[in-house]
Design a protein around this ligand. Structure first.
Ligand code: ADP
Ligand code: ASP
Ligand code: MG
Length: 683
């Protein structure tokens, strides 16, 4: 493809003064010169991805540029990551080596990150289990890191055999320094010196994914799937390395053609997505889309590193993971995901007073366990119930920390293991309403009962019986017609009209644009959390329906009635109590409260006369916005801790990777806002 068939280049060439980048992409017409290199087999309507990449790797306004005019002849550095299946056999290693060589011959410096071959990591885990039920975490890391060490040596040999100098490094050798949380370590920093030296000597640098070293020289691993995180972290660090040119691309090679609307192994009609935003991918990965390690997307977003996910076995155009663009706001649901093995925990009869959430969740977070789907309904008679989910693999540890705490609080702990979580994600949920209703209706129609519901700003999750999990995922995928082409997935990226209603402007929670790059530069460690804003909303009220019979269709019926009344519902939390009845809370605009209560009462009474509806108009919601907030257990901990210290009671909680929401008493709203801004240094 020549430059003139790239629509972006042509527009800039034809009218540089008023040339417009596609909405959402960084654009600096006075500083950008497109090169007509890198022919790509692309449709006319698409942009040449390499030109797109130049746009995206362009520093956003406000950041210092290396020079006022950047001429970009080629990509300077490419990080290529090959997953386990892409290096499973000698032939595949050779194919990956040829791909790396092609990138080198195109004039780029190349870093290759590799995973352990095929099922090596699973086999090592199994081997450890045959020795002991509880292998020490340090020794587990020592063992698992060997899988990647085999791959790097073989890859370096394969590249050398093609006549190109190459050198392999383990995480420790390259200076990937992590904390000491064995099997779930986080990257603190990466030194670029040794990589830079080898690259400057003309070598292709091969790095073992998934591993690092702590400050006491113990080998650590980053958590299953962590090689993605190594690759993106390397791309990020090299992009911001003062000794580099800043032009870095990151390609993730795997066994599918890109990111699909859901796991194509479970739903074969799933559609490949061409472009997806960082936030959407972060949420999807966090709620089960195992194709990317969610922490890798945090790096991509924080350090503004565009990624492409591609098939290592073909040259098919993959999926670009990019900053959010205007047209994406029309995509209400971009994908769905499932976590098949989730565990639900209910803490009943806990005192409804300040500091309790903090004690519960900080005890769990102290074990580095990420809690999800927190449902804390309004308490009655001074006692409340807290429900939440954790990955099934973390259940034993969670119960162990909760046991003594529950005894102290006079609470009871129950858990259920045979549950799955199904979620939908889409940027357009921020601006559109009605998504939850459609999801609940689809599940009701499929006869799937929802045991728990939580909503974030761009995701909705429901917990269902494990036996219903795949059926629920299929029903939801079908309900949002995710198999059909749409802008950004088979159709050109244009703002399109959505069948969903737009949220009234007053209800939109939009943070002022903060300089993420500046905030990122202030972090102590690479994987530290970025909290970009705290916002307060006092325009909404809560409705809780108690004692709703736990049967498929009841929630759906309630929300259909509310929607038919033209009332916009925002935060939804539903939990089952120990009596087997559901408690369903949701927020509505305060000016619609009375009408919403009337409709809810009528709908609930039709289901069962024993239901009770409670309205609360004295609430305030606080939104803490950032990157990777759920997986980084420290944020919620600091947030709950700060509120507890001031004696502010948390009445509801909602977590997602990009936003944590808490509900407090309205008269404490301003105070809570000031307290959280201070906690996160945002004053
Ligand atoms: P690798 O070894 O290359 O890291 P993974 O097995 O970790 O590969 O990830 C690729 C797999 O992720 C695919 O084979 C697919 O089954 C699964 N997957 C789950 N969700 C999705 C999705 N939304 N899009 C694509 N693949 C997905
Ligand atoms: N080999 C590790 C795993 O299987 C890391 C990775 O593949 O990303 O989890
Ligand atoms: Mg993977």
């Amino acid at each position: 493809m020549s430059a003139s068939s790239c629509r972006l280049c042509r527009r800039i060439k034809d009218s540089p003064a008023d040339a417009k980048a596609p909405a959402g992409f960084f654009h600096a017409p006075d500083r950008l010169f497109c090169a007509s290199s890198e022919p790509q087999p692309l449709e006319q309507t698409r942009l040449n991805p390499y030109h797109l990449l130049q746009f995206l790797s362009f520093p956003p306004r406000g950041l210092p540029t290396r020079s006022s005019v950047r001429r970009i002849p080629t990509l300077a550095l490419v990080v290529q990551k090959f997953g386990g299946s892409s290096v499973a056999t000698a032939d595949r290693i050779k194919a990956a080596a040829r791909r790396a060589l092609r990138a080198r011959q195109a004039g780029n410096q190349v870093i290759v990150v590799v995973s352990a071959r095929g099922d090596t990591t699973d086999e090592l885990v199994e081997l450890a289990r045959e020795i002991t039920d509880q292998p020490p975490a340090r020794e587990m890391d020592m063992l698992l890191s060997t899988g990647e060490q085999i791959s790097i040596a073989l890859m370096a040999m394969a590249i050398e055999a093609l006549g190109q100098p190459a050198i392999s490094f383990t995480g420790a050798q390259i200076g990937i320094v992590t904390d000491s949380f064995h099997t779930k370590a986080r990257i603190k920093n990466i030194s670029t010196q040794r990589i830079r030296q080898a690259l400057d000597e003309g070598k292709i640098v091969i790095v073992a994914g998934f591993q690092g070293i702590d400050e006491a020289y113990n080998i650590t691993t980053l958590g299953r799937g962590g090689s993605d995180t190594t690759a993106v972290a390397l791309a990020a660090v090299m992009k911001h390395d003062p000794a580099g040119t800043g032009d870095v691309g990151c390609e993730i090679y795997t066994d599918v053609d890109g990111i699909y609307s859901t796991d194509p192994r479970i739903v074969p009609e799933a559609r490949k997505i061409d472009y997806i935003s960082y936030d959407e991918m972060l949420e999807l990965a966090s709620v089960g889309a195992g194709v990317m390690h969610s922490r890798s997307i945090e790096f991509a977003k924080k350090f503004e590193t565009p990624l492409q996910v591609r098939n290592s076995m073909s040259d098919t155009e993959g999926t670009w993971i990019l900053p959010e663009a205007e047209w994406m706001r029309g995509v209400v649901v971009c994908g769905a995901a499932i976590v098949k093995d989730e565990a639900q925990i209910n803490l009943d009869n806990v005192p409804d007073e300040p500091g309790v959430s903090h004690r519960v969740f900080s005890a769990i977070a102290g074990q580095n366990i990420a809690v999800d789907m927190i449902a804390q309904n309004a308490g009655i008679g001074g006692r409340a119930a807290i429900g939440f989910t954790v990955p099934r693999t973390d259940l034993a540890k969670t119960r162990a920390v909760l046991g003594p705490l529950a005894a102290e609080l006079g609470a009871t702990v129950q858990n259920q293991e045979e549950v799955s979580k199904v979620s939908v994600v889409g940027t357009g949920m921020r601006t559109h309403t009605g998504v939850a209703e459609r999801m609940f209706a689809a599940l009701a129609e499929a006869g799937v009962n929802m045991k728990m519901i939580t909503t974030g700003d761009i995701k909705i999750s429901v917990l269902v019986d494990k036996a219903d999990g795949v059926k629920a995922l299929r029903a939801v995928h079908q309900a949002f017609r995710l198999h059909e082409p749409r802008p950004g997935a088979g159709l050109p990226c244009k703002t399109s009209s959505s069948p969903f209603l737009r949220r009234p402007q007053a209800l939109l929670v939009e943070a002022p644009v903060r300089d993420l790059a500046r905030l990122t530069q202030q972090l102590g460690g690479m994987e530290d959390i970025v909290v970009s804003d705290v916002l307060l909303n006092t325009d909404e009220s809560m409705i809780t329906i108690y004692n709703l019979p736990d049967e498929a269709g009841n929630c759906s019926r309630t929300f259909q009635a509310i929607a038919a009344g033209g009332i916009v519902v925002d935060m939804i939390v539903q939990n089952l109590t120990s009596t087997g009845r559901a408690e369903l809370s949701f927020s509505v605009p305060s000016h619609d409260l009375q009408r919403a209560v009337n409709i809810a009462e009528q709908a609930a009474r039709t289901v069962d006369p024993q239901t009770r509806v409670l309205a609360e108009s004295d609430i305030a919601r606080l939104f803490v916005l950032g990157v990777g907030m759920r997986t980084h257990t420290g944020v919620a901990r600091r947030m709950f801790g700060a509120l507890a210290e001031r004696g502010i009671n948390i009445r509801m909680i909602n977590t997602s990777e990009v936003r944590i929401t808490v509900v407090v008493d309205r008269h404490r709203g301003e105070e809570a806002l000031a307290c959280l801004k201070e906690t996160f240094n945002l004053s």
